[in-house]
Design a protein around this ligand. Structure first.
Ligand SMILES: [Zn+2]
Length: 509
């Protein structure tokens, strides 16, 4: 699942990370766990247009004992909008806002859910305040805003606690420096830059998961030099930390094989134990200025739960695709839904029969129902996950057909990634599809998008299965190698020879 909040044009003060639809299995598990719900987000605050200067924002964040409170000093350059705030529902935990004036600190009272500091616009300003993180975590109890684990580790994205000009947008940069007292870790998916963190003004509102407190931290190096920064929240898991680290490294390697490399240089993975539960229960990704995943693991996690897990791969796939506007969430989730079983198949974790049976049985959930519109306009669970997966299957089949089996959706996705489209970046749909099409030399993604984005565009799945030579009988998938596109099916599963007509040479950027 992707914590895509979606940046509606002009929207400036975001709602909390959205749990759109949610992966079916994950969502069920999530609801059972009772950590949070799969309901949609509350509406965002009213939007206003406007953009601030592209000045640099500087934050110095000093965590107090246990990471329970943050003392933060911020500097904004001249021309910054005077209205400061944090993401929705963080405001009550912002305390003691003061602005510096000629060496003295002057209190700034809130007005509604904002603090107005005219000096920011007139000559630039320095403000300081505290953020009551433990209190926020207790009250909000949601790791997309703030949540406490074991009473001594707090997960909260910086959007909640960085007080900032909320009408600012554009190319500005943020530099953040964090200090913690002994025994308190700061963990974050933000990209490190020397002894601080640097990210875009536009990244702040959807910024990666971060946390303060008593995490057990370790780094796992991957073959391509990329790193997983693991942060274990307090408490034991059924499997020990070493085993969980090796499990994640193996899944990361499978994802790297698919993309050609692990999609990001560094990703934070926060591991949270959930009492009285088994298995890998739920995962969620946040990117923008970095990359991060939260994984909820049952405390009684067993070896076979790790073996059969699909969640870690699903979330890592999200790291290799850009952050799109909210209405295209179906493409991000559909991609992860379609590609995850293929990656596990190629890694030998599932077999071909299982993968095609699941596609055969579950893809009809993504077909348009009465009253549905196109994929961009029908944000239901079925259309988001399985409608998006149908789009990806059709794209994969069509790219293979048109290139005589020489290119596939995998090549398109690698092209998007090579062009810089990973989870740390926000992209538009057009540049994303164009980068994918350029990598395979045929405009399949743009054509399919034009056909399916606005209109319901029913898909004849039974015919597609016949062409691919897939049927399900007696609860098992069976294959017909004489079907017209049996070689396409074999290619998708990674077991086919690249036969058929020689594909034209395509250039990749
Ligand atoms: Zn997902």
């Amino acid at each position: 699942m992707k914590a895509a909040r979606g940046r509606v044009a002009g929207e400036r003060k975001p709602a909390r990370g959205r749990v759109a639809g949610a992966c079916a299995r994950a969502c069920r598990a999530f609801a059972l766990v009772g950590v949070a719900s799969c309901a949609g987000a509350p509406p965002a605050k009213p939007a206003a247009s406007g953009s601030g200067g592209a000045a640099e924002w500087r934050f110095r964040v000093e965590a107090g004992p246990g990471g329970r409170d943050l003392a933060i000093e911020a500097e904004f350059g001249r021309g910054s909008p005077e209205e400061l705030s944090v993401s929705d529902e963080g405001e009550p935990f912002v305390r003691g806002v003061e602005v510096e004036r000629q060496g003295a600190w002057i209190a700034v009272a809130p007005r509604g859910t904002s603090w107005f500091v005219p000096a920011c616009a007139a000559r630039g300003c320095r403000v300081r305040y505290r953020f009551a993180l433990a209190e926020a975590a207790e009250a909000l109890d949601d790791f997309d805003r703030a949540e406490a684990f074991g009473g001594e580790a707090f997960v909260s994205p910086p959007s909640m606690w960085l007080l900032r000009p909320i009408t600012a947008a554009g190319p500005g940069r943020v530099r953040m420096h964090v200090t913690t007292p002994p025994g308190v870790e700061f963990v974050t998916g933000l990209r490190p830059d020397g002894d601080s963190f640097s990210f875009g003004v536009n990244d702040v509102e959807d910024s990666p998961y971060s946390g303060f407190g008593r995490f057990r931290v370790r780094e796992v190096g991957l073959e391509g030099g990329e790193r997983l920064a693991l942060a274990f929240a307090p408490g034991a898991f059924g499997a020990d930390d070493d085993r969980i680290a090796s499990f994640l490294a193996a899944r990361a390697a499978a994802v790297a094989t698919f993309y050609g490399r692990f999609p990001v240089e560094r990703a934070l993975v926060v591991l949270v134990p959930v009492a009285r539960r088994r298995g890998v229960l739920f995962g969620k990704v946040r990117g923008n200025g970095g990359a991060s995943i939260v994984l909820l693991l049952g405390k009684t996690l067993r070896e076979d739960d790790l073996q059969s897990d699909w969640v870690a791969v699903h979330e890592m796939i999200h790291l290799g695709f850009p952050w799109l506007p909210r209405r295209h969430l179906w493409l991000e989730e559909g991609l992860a839904t379609y590609v995850e079983p293929l990656i596990r198949l190629r890694a030998g974790l599932v077999d071909e029969e299982q993968v095609w049976r699941e596609f055969f049985e579950r893809m009809p959930q993504g077909l348009p129902r009465e009253g549905d519109q196109g994929l961009d306009r029908t944000p239901t669970w079925g259309r988001t996950y399985w409608g998006g997966a149908i789009f990806c299957l059709l794209a994969d089949v069509e790219i293979r057909k048109r290139t005589g089996g020489a290119r596939s959706l995998q090549d398109a996705l690698r092209g998007v990634l090579r062009a810089g489209g990973d989870a740390s970046a926000h992209w538009g749909i057009d540049e994303t599809l164009a980068a994918g099409d350029a990598a395979v030399g045929v405009p399949v993604l743009r054509e399919l998008y034009a056909a399916m984005a606005e209109r319901p565009a029913p898909v004849d799945l039974p015919r597609l299965w016949r062409e691919l030579g897939v049927r399900v009988e007696g609860g098992r998938a069976r294959f017909d190698d004489a079907a017209p596109f049996a070689s396409v099916r074999a290619g998708i599963a990674g077991s086919g020879r690249k036969d058929g007509p020689k594909a034209p040479q395509v250039s990749s950027e």
